[in-house]
Design a protein around this ligand. Structure first.
Ligand code: GRF
Length: 213
């Protein structure tokens, strides 16, 4: 059973998707801590409503490393194994990333390495991309850059607006983030360079063996 922290800044729909999957017993994990850097984040209230330990550490006006030290102190106090960034609108310092190497996950609303950074859906529309999507990846010292765990493509339709495209991508975010966290918590992966190689789930393995002639 892995102990998970979720860091968020806003709406918190990915947090809710992760929480739903964990509470349904689909992921061998518990949510030990939720941290928001914004007091008004809806996700913070959702976390409190669900009875999790949830705190706000306001980041406004704070130096990056000073802030990160406060956050890491809370994570260490709760013995957190993996950290899920779920709409956490702050860059982590290199120092923070080095405290949790390959133990921080992020969700990004594009098929990385296309369209990193903010407004990824708007970037895809402006570029004229025909396909975009979402990516769950491990966090390294560079923005939206670490080894990719899962991706899901989403077509860009001619009449898409930033809102309609974002909404279609979001439904897939809510599927692949829990799936990726499950793989990680079950230890069904190994990282070779930039590649995250995933072992099949035991049930997939069984059905595969059955079909071997
Ligand atoms: C999502 O689109 C996620 O991919 C991006 O920020 C947004 C967060 O949404 N990193 P929510 O707060 O999880 O609803």
């Amino acid at each position: 059973m892995k102990n998970i922290a979720i860091l968020l800044s806003g709406r918190g729909s990915n947090f809710l998707a992760l929480s739903d999957a964990i509470e349904a017993g689909k992921i061998p994990a518990r949510i030990g801590l939720v941290i928001s850097n914004r007091p008004e984040a809806a996700g913070l209230q959702h976390a409190l409503d669900r009875g999790y330990k949830a705190i706000c550490i306001p980041s406004k006006g704070m130096e990056r490393e000073v802030y990160d030290q406060l956050v890491v102190k809370e994570l260490q106090a709760e013995n957190i194994d993996f950290i899920c960034l779920a709409g956490f609108m702050r860059l982590l310092s290199d120092w923070f990333v080095r405290q949790y190497p390959q133990r921080i996950l992020n969700i990004h609303p594009s098929l990385l390495p296309a369209f990193p950074g903010v407004h990824a859906q708007r970037q895809a529309l402006c570029w004229g991309a025909k396909v975009t999507g979402c990516t769950v990846h491990f966090v390294d010292e560079q923005l939206d850059h670490g080894p990719i765990i899962l991706q899901h493509p989403v077509p860009v339709l001619d009449d898409d607006t930033e809102e309609t495209l974002s909404a279609r991508i979001l439904t897939h975010e809510h599927e692949i983030y829990p799936e990726a966290l499950k793989i990680v918590c079950e230890g069904r992966y190994r990282i070779e360079g930039r590649r995250v190689l995933i072992d099949p789930a035991p049930d997939q393995l069984a059905s595969r063996q059955l079909t071997i002639p």
